[in-house]
Ligand binder design. Structure first.
Ligand SMILES: Cc1cc2nc3c(=O)[nH]c(=O)nc-3n(C[C@H](O)[C@H](O)[C@H](O)COP(=O)(O)OP(=O)(O)OC[C@H]3O[C@@H](n4cnc5c(N)ncnc54)[C@H](O)[C@@H]3O)c2cc1C
Length: 521
């Protein structure tokens, strides 16, 4: 039994779910505690820990010791092999559904480690996977019997406050980025879970609380340093290799291995106004109908997302609400707090709230508010649609499926994007979804393998039932590994140009472990 402080005791694996919820409310109720205990519980990590005796023969790809030693002499970083004691830990990714075993992992220490890693994979006929922070739901960061380029030890973020620029290594998490930028009162739009990687998020598009005001993450990208499939180190920006820069902004890891991102920064915070309003589930239709009207005229400094899930044990909710289905409006405002409160106040009258908790807090703290609900090690299956509007049919379907959540961790998320993200032309870069106002995330999440079937079936059925109300396209960053047939839809009219650029930069499709864009024939 471990004492986690604050009167919380950890008795065994069965308490894990309670603990996640406990720490969730600490954070959402304006946090004072850290939650590293949860990240480290062996129970959470179990699904990926395969005992040495169970490792299959196919792990042992036929690569000679000499070749490995030769590669070691060319890279500054570490080479991790299946026989190494750190191997299982190093190959962990966020989604425990994904179980793959690379033949070797090159833990890059610097950009110069990438060309020899690519050359090694080519010479030995190995597939290449690339890992930023390993958050992607599809798990393409991990390969079976191939070479994994792992950036998780390259996390440096350098900020030039005068120029309002950040120079970011590809293993940086959103927390690394936010902390460095906020130390100068600066930020750029990124996602809402601080352990997500800046690399994958940016390459697929990227949106979060600041998106209405400052656009998608990718709209704030100034340049990248990258290594191409033939091992060349190049820079891409509006002025240099502009076609590659166009493709990289939304085209995922298809075109090159990015070794540095340069971002534009904006003045944000450091204090922002944010929090939750929790309504009874039987008021869902009324709340969501009013929500969709409200956001049409809300200023871009204000963002409001809607979530339907079972209530965590939040301290501002009565005990009998915990564990019951609720509708949550999540509010975020940058600007004068008194003005923000006035803007948010009408939301409280959308129904008869069970409770609310809205206050000023540091932007970096709010960026971590949802982390305890999104810890690594759980099983996750997501589906997603874009919406230009939330029709009655769409809302009814969401409410119907929120009424039959198959696990306490499953949720339905409606993210509001719109604003600045909608003002960029569709052909300005590979990421082209400039008309959706909302992104729906069907977030299937659970702990036990035995729940796979029920949770996946729920997510698929909901995805199908809500499809008639969705707008075209798809967000590649929310796609599972089985959704390759949605890639063309994700890029729409931009796909042909992407296939042309792919042919130019990666004609052999070396970088294919991703939501793959095939080179034009
Ligand atoms: C809990 C959670 C919350 C999320 N919240 C948001 C959100 O609020 N907003 C949002 O927009 N998205 C969100 N996402 C989606 C997120 O943007 C994607 O999962 C993204 O791919 C994660 O990036 P990563 O670097 O951690 O992933 P990884 O799994 O490491 O990488 C994903 C893919 O990106 C490519 N890649 C990674 N690094 C490089 C590189 N250096 N060079 C070339 N290619 C590379 C590879 O193809 C790789 O397979 C969330 C995901 C999770 C799991």
């Amino acid at each position: 039994m471990a004492d986690l402080g604050g009167g919380v005791r950890f008795f065994g694996p069965g308490d894990l779910r309670f603990l996640k919820l406990h720490f969730a409310y600490e954070h959402l109720g304006i946090a004072t505690k850290q939650c590293q205990h949860i990240f480290l519980t062996p129970d959470a990590l179990k699904p990926l820990s395969i005992a040495a005796e169970n490792r299959s023969e196919k792990d042992m790809t036929n690569i000679s010791k000499e070749k490995i030693e030769n590669l070691k002499s060319k890279v500054k970083g570490q080479i991790v092999l299946p026989s190494d004691s750190s191997y299982d830990e190093v190959r962990q990714i966020w989604n425990a559904m994904i179980e793959r075993r690379p033949a070797l992992i090159v833990r890059c220490a610097e950009a110069d480690d990438v060309p020899p890693a690519i050359a090694f994979a080519r010479e030995n006929g190995l597939e290449i996977s690339i890992r930023g922070a390993g958050h992607n739901i599809a798990g393409n960061a991990l390969c079976d019997n191939g070479l994994m380029i792992d950036f998780s030890t390259m996390r440096d973020v350098r900020v030039d406050a005068e120029k309002k620029r950040a120079y970011v290594e590809p293993g940086a998490t959103l927390a690394d980025f936010d902390e460095a930028a906020q130390s100068h009162g600066l930020a750029t739009p990124v996602g809402i879970n601080s352990t997500t990687g800046i690399a994958g998020l940016t390459l697929g598009g990227g949106f979060g609380w600041l998106t209405r005001k400052y656009g998608m993450t990718v709209d704030n990208l100034i340049s990248v340093d990258a290594v191409t499939a033939d091992g060349k180190r190049i820079r891409a920006s509006e002025n240099e290799n502009a076609d590659l820069f166009w493709a990289i902004r939304g085209g995922g890891g298809n075109f090159a291995v990015v070794t540095q991102f340069e971002f534009k920064l904006h003045e944000v915070g450091p204090e922002i106004l944010a929090g939750l309003i929790v309504f009874p589930f039987d008021e869902a239709k009324q709340v969501l109908t009013k929500y969709r009207e409200f956001v049409k005229s809300a200023p871009e400094e204000l963002n409001v997302w809607a979530i339907m899930r079972k209530a965590p044990p939040l301290p501002f909710l009565a005990g009998d609400v915990h564990g019951k289905e609720v509708v949550v409006l999540v509010t975020f405002y940058i600007g004068d707090a008194a003005q923000g409160r006035k803007l948010i106040e009408p939301l409280l009258r959308f129904g008869t709230p069970h409770g609310e908790h809205i206050g000023t807090q540091p932007y970096t703290q709010w960026q971590k508010a949802f982390d305890p609900l999104l810890t690594p090690g759980a099983r996750n299956y997501w589906k997603s649609h874009n919406f230009t509007e939330l029709s009655d049919g769409a809302l009814n379907t969401m409410i119907e499926f929120a009424g039959k959540l198959p696990s306490p961790q499953c949720e339905i998320f409606i993210a509001l994007i719109s604003g600045a993200a909608n003002r960029v032309p569709e052909n300005a870069m590979a990421y082209r979804h400039r008309d959706p106002k909302f992104v729906l995330n069907v977030h299937g999440r659970w702990d036990e393998r035995t729940d796979d079937e029920g949770c996946i079936a729920w997510a698929r059925a909901f995805f199908q039932a809500s499809a008639p109300y969705a707008s075209e396209g798809a967000y590649v960053n929310f796609m599972t590994e089985e959704e390759g047939d949605r890639v063309a839809a994700a890029y729409g009219a931009n796909y042909d140009r992407l296939a042309q650029i792919k042919k130019e930069y990666d004609p052999e499709n070396l970088f294919h472990l991703n939501q793959n864009i095939k080179p034009l024939l």
